[in-house]
Design a protein around this ligand. Sequence first.
Ligand SMILES: Cc1cc2nc3c(=O)[nH]c(=O)nc-3n(C[C@H](O)[C@H](O)[C@H](O)COP(=O)(O)O)c2cc1C
Length: 231
Amino acid sequence: MKDKFGKSKSVSDALDSRMTCRAFLDTEIKKDIIFDILNKARRSPSGGNLQPWRVWVVSGDPLRKFKDDIKGKASENPRGEGTEYKIYPPNLKNPYEQRRRDVGEAMYGVLDISRENKIGRIQQFMKNFEFFGAPVALFFAIDRNMQEGQWSDLGMFIQSIMLLARESGLHTAPQEAWAIWHKSVGEFLEIPDDLMLFCGMGLGYADPTNPINAFRSEREDVDKFTKFIGL
Ligand SMILES: Cc1cc2nc3c(=O)[nH]c(=O)nc-3n(C[C@H](O)[C@H](O)[C@H](O)COP(=O)(O)O)c2cc1C
């Protein structure tokens, strides 16, 4: 298996070493590298070849200024602006709710932030809005007319980006958390009204010294979610 901080040489390596990176180095990334990732990711499939993805890539001073802006707003209104889509279904049922809780507890466990330490948990959540220190931010939007199938296409496109990032030795942090700042993001990026922000994503080199990057989330066994018929 490839060291998860090195470059992936195969799809299996990329899948295995991808994780949500929650601590990035500030090492800058050249536009060529990001362009190349997007240029390859555009080969992702989509039903009817609709290619229903729109992407913004932000770095440098504009990103610093935007993060400062959000920091100021979040200090007055930590809940943000509300979301335009439901991040999870209401009354999330099991086993999904349990998995969501388990991954949260496991992650805070690695960071030694107890359940009682509400401030510690909020502080950790707020790191979303610094893109966990990533030097590059991506935002993904989709036309409001699009249906479940196209949202799934967008997800495949985003996964392609995450795997291609591994091939360049980069890591990613997909972030639905940005949905709570959809108005501010929309104004900043001048997202046309007919598009809806789905998520943000931090892109950069992982900080190998930060314990959060050693965290590995659990997965169900294949037999738990698959029925093989006729083989
Ligand atoms: C579309 C999407 C949005 C996500 N949003 C966030 C987020 O806002 N903040 C965060 O810390 N993790 C976020 N995650 C990461 C998930 O929590 C993570 O993928 C899951 O726990 C599995 O862990 P892994 O990515 O490290 O394998 C998101 C993942 C996806 C696919």
